[in-house]
Design a protein around this ligand. Sequence first.
Ligand SMILES: [Zn+2]
Length: 370
Amino acid sequence: MQRILLLLTLLIILTCSFTAVAHAQTQSEYVAIAFNDKLVHFPDAMPEVVKGVTYLPVRFFAEAMGARVEYNAANETVRIDSGSQHVLIDIPHKKITTADGVTTSFPLFMKKNRLMVPFRFIGETFGYDVSYTPHGPIARAKDSRARLTDEEVYSANKQIILAEKAKLPDKIAYVTFDDGPNQYTAQILDTLARYEAKATFFMLKGGIDNYPAQVKRMAQSGHGLALHGVTHNASQIYASPWAVVNEMEACNAALTRVTGLRTNMVRVPYGSKPWMTQSYRDALVNAGYRMWDWTVDSYDSRSINPHPDDIVQEVADQTAGQTAPVILLHDRQATLEALPRILQHLQQKKYELRPLQGSMKPHNFWNDRR
Ligand SMILES: [Zn+2]
């Protein structure tokens, strides 16, 4: 029994640490890596910039430095040795310890089965000068053997860099579902999984209470978890600023009971205009929430029996020309039928399909970006 518990715990630790940042990268997150005068080649997972920090697959960079890399499967650690320096990377605990015994935490993540580590920290730990040039951009580690300037490294490799960057999508679409979860949500999640797409669910408290398994599945699959209130009744939820906050708090409490998580993302029923005037928005912001509307309305909730073809067409028409559309859909039959074609269309148009995140500045009809 204890052994099963231990295995379960380990599984949870591994799952939690690896699902968090699993997403495909866009062009704005591209970065080339140079070691002295040469570009480092990465055969599968590419380096990327996450919140201003360059991460790269540690193995290929370590090899470029001429370092030795050892993976210890028993305790999930990677040790890199070069000269008198070494680092020990503890993957489950996301910590790196240097030869002098100093341990630092980093948001390490896996990408295409490669361990992604912060480039600057590794480069400087092993005694290299680390520089960054916006051309490319290129992040470079160098020592006295380097002959070229950063600009010359870029010029010499410009064609390769442009070709690699062009392989990445340059647009993101945020697919969102309101009013669930309900009897359609399981199949919506199946479809999203089939297209490796992430979405965001603005959920009602009743749905969370009635379909906890689907809510857990959303959380485990890396979809965005968000709130849509309790009553979905304009005369009740907009009765006062506090009524809005109270509904979102009750909805959040239901989410926490099911997943252990809280969210700060809300979408108020029927959209935030005209009801969410200044005092309403202030109350929501003061309670820690960020209010989202949409930039694309699929009109899938405008009639009792919408046609899937019309939903697909609306999304295609309205999305055209937008680089970061927020697309309004609902958990219902016609939308479920339209969904494969919506996702195919967006992917053909080179949109990366990602969840909204609590750290993002919200888009809403009031341009209130708090
Ligand atoms: Zn709604």
